[in-house]
Design a protein around this ligand. Structure first.
Ligand code: SAM
Length: 229
C-alpha cells in the first residue's frame, strides 16, 4: 500500500530542510504541493526533479480523491506547503483525514514550524499554549475570537499578516490590556528578531520604524518574562 508523507519545508532558511525530508522528496512518486512554482524552486535548489500536482485550499476535496487513488495504487505521495509544516494554518488536514479513514499509512516528516520556533525562543511559558492560527479579517469576528481565549492561562500563539500587526496590537491593548506580548519576526531569516512588551510599548516601536516580514504573535500573562507563573 502507498504512504502519504507530510514533509516540512524551511520557513526562510534553506539549511533547515531536513535530510529525511530531502530523501522523502527524492524517493516519492509524486509531490503534492500547495504552490507548484514555489516548491519547484525548492526542488531546484536541492537538485531534485519530481512530478508535482497542486493541492491547495480550494481544490482540497478533489485532489484528496486523486491522492487517495494514488495511495491505493501503492504510490508514495509527499505533501508539502509553501513553508513550514503542512496542516498548520496550511492545507493538509483534509487529505490526512481521508487517507487515515481509507486505512492508508500516513507518516510525518517533521521540521520547521513557525509556531514552535517562535514559542520555544520567545521566553514565554511553553508548558501550556493555545494556538489559534490566523484571526478572521472582520473586526467583530476578531474581537469575538480574542474575547473567547482571553482567560486562557498559558501562552496564546497566533499568526498575523504584517499589514494587520498594528490593528492587532490595538485590539490586544483594548481586550487584553497590560499583557506581555512577543512579536517573533522573520524567523530563521537575516532580520529575525523578537520584540517584547505590552501592546502599548510595541505600538510605540511601530511608530518609530516599520516592521515588515512575517510574524508570529505570542501573548503571555501579565508577568515579567522569566519570572515564571
Ligand atoms: N505551515 C506553516 C508553519 O508550519 O509555520 C505556517 C503557514 S501560514 C500560511 C504562514 C504564517 O506563518 C505567516 O503569515 C506567519 O504568521 C507565520 N510564519 C511563517 N514563516 C515565518 C517566519 N519565517 N517568521 C515568522 N513567522 C512566520
Amino acid at each position: 500500500p502507498g504512504t502519504l508523507y507530510l514533509v516540512a519545508t524551511p520557513i526562510g532558511n534553506l539549511e533547515d530542510m531536513t535530510l529525511r525530508g530531502l530523501r522523502t522528496l527524492r524517493e516519492c512518486d509524486v509531490i503534492a504541493a500547495e504552490d507548484t512554482r514555489r516548491t519547484g524552486q525548492l526542488l531546484k535548489h536541492f537538485g531534485i526533479s519530481k512530478p508535482m500536482i497542486s493541492y491547495f485550499q480550494f481544490n482540497e476535496a478533489k485532489r484528496s480523491e486523486e491522492i487517495l487513488q494514488r495511495l491505493a495504487r501503492g504510490e508514495k505521495v509527499a505533501l508539502v506547503t509553501d513553508a513550514g509544516t503542512p496542516g498548520i494554518s496550511d492545507p493538509g488536514e483534509r487529505v490526512v483525514q481521508a487517507a487515515r479513514s481509507g486505512g492508508f499509512r500516513v507518516e510525518a516528516v517533521p521540521g520547521p514550524c513557525a509556531l514552535v520556533a517562535a514559542l520555544t525562543a520567545s521566553g514565554l511559558p511553553t508548558d501550556e499554549f493555545h494556538f489559534i492560527g490566523f484571526l478572521p479579517h472582520k473586526s467583530g469576528q476578531r474581537r469575538k475570537q480574542l474575547e473567547a481565549v482571553k482567560d486562557f492561562a498559558g501562552t496564546l500563539v497566533l499568526y498575523e499578516s504584517p499589514y494587520r500587526i498594528e490593528k492587532l496590537l490595538n485590539e490586544l491593548n483594548e481586550i487584553f490590556g497590560e499583557r506581555q506580548v512577543v512579536l517573533a519576526r522573520e524567523l530563521t531569516k537575516k532580520f529575525e528578531e523578537f520584540l517584547t512588551g505590552t501592546p502599548v510599548q510595541l505600538l510605540e516601536v511601530l511608530k518609530k520604524r516599520a516592521l515588515k516580514g512575517e510574524f508570529v504573535v505570542l501573548i503571555g500573562q501579565n508577568v515579567e518574562i522569566g519570572a515564571g507563573k
